[in-house]
Write a protein that binds this ligand. Structure first.
Ligand code: DCP
Length: 230
């Protein structure tokens, strides 16, 4: 038994060693997740995984993101099912880097977007139940590990303006109320911690700041991330 225990401990230590320290970057639409990720591209031993939005726009030729905004009742289930798959692919992607930095996660997909669509009746109860059954199964049976959450906290007015300015064709008709409600879900999940479950410690960043002064904010969470490179 002693030998078995020792072997077990060795295996655990080995798997801890090989698993990357995983950071997810969360926040409302247009809060600056991509800019945050770009800042960390300079470290070649951080595996930076941007959101697979191009896949969502072209799933075997189908623009699922576009469909979802055009006819949410018809397409929300299809879109969120695919988001869940692509997020799982990022969570489980092997890397030799000691740090993995991911834009969004399977958690914000479920706790913010699916939640909102369910509450708005855009996802029927049976459809939401199927997504949730998948989500729960994946959490139990696949190596989805999160060690730190960076929350880019923003106000809906600021991100609405940014979203309008970047003029992504699919998002043209997204109203500010949509961003207000999404903001509320992010706030409850990551700030007040009253919604579902927060899977890791949270570092909060003021994402309302302009691009010229935001780097100082980024530096706040840099040590949390860089310490893991040693
Ligand atoms: N989206 C969605 N459901 C999800 C994830 C995203 O409906 N589970 C939508 C919302 C946006 C688009 O996909 O229309 C991209 O949203 P993100 O907030 O994830 O990415 P941004 O590009 O807005 O990030 P940022 O501007 O912060 O870099």
């Amino acid at each position: 038994r002693l030998i078995l225990n020792m072997a077990n401990n060795l295996i655990c230590a080995e798997s801890r060693k090989s698993r990357p320290f995983t950071v997810i970057v969360e926040g409302n639409i247009g809060c600056g997740k991509t800019t945050f990720l770009n800042y960390f591209q300079k470290y070649n031993n951080i595996c930076v995984l941007s959101e697979p939005i191009e896949l969502w726009r072209d799933c075997r030729g189908h623009n699922l993101l576009g469909h979802m905004y055009e006819d949410p009742k018809k397409w929300s289930f299809t879109f969120q099912s695919y988001v869940q798959l692509t997020m799982l692919q990022h969570h489980t992607l092997p890397t030799n880097c000691p740090v993995k930095l991911m834009e969004r996660s399977i958690y914000s997909a479920r706790y913010c977007f699916v939640e909102k669509m369910k509450r708005d009746g855009l996802l029927s109860k049976p459809s939401a139940a199927v997504i949730d059954q998948w989500f729960q199964w994946l959490l139990q049976n696949t190596p989805i590990n999160v060690d730190l959450i960076v929350y880019l906290r923003s106000s809906p007015e600021v991100v609405y303006e940014r979203m309008m300015k970047r003029n992504r064709s699919e998002e043209k008709s997204v109203p500010i109320e949509y961003l207000e409600q999404l903001n509320e879900l992010h706030e409850q999940w990551l700030y007040h911690k009253t919604l579902y479950h927060c899977p890791a410690p949270v570092v909060t960043i003021d994402a309302n700041l302009d691009i010229s002064s935001i780097e100082e904010e980024y530096e706040k969470c840099e040590p949390h991330i860089l310490n893991k490179l040693a």
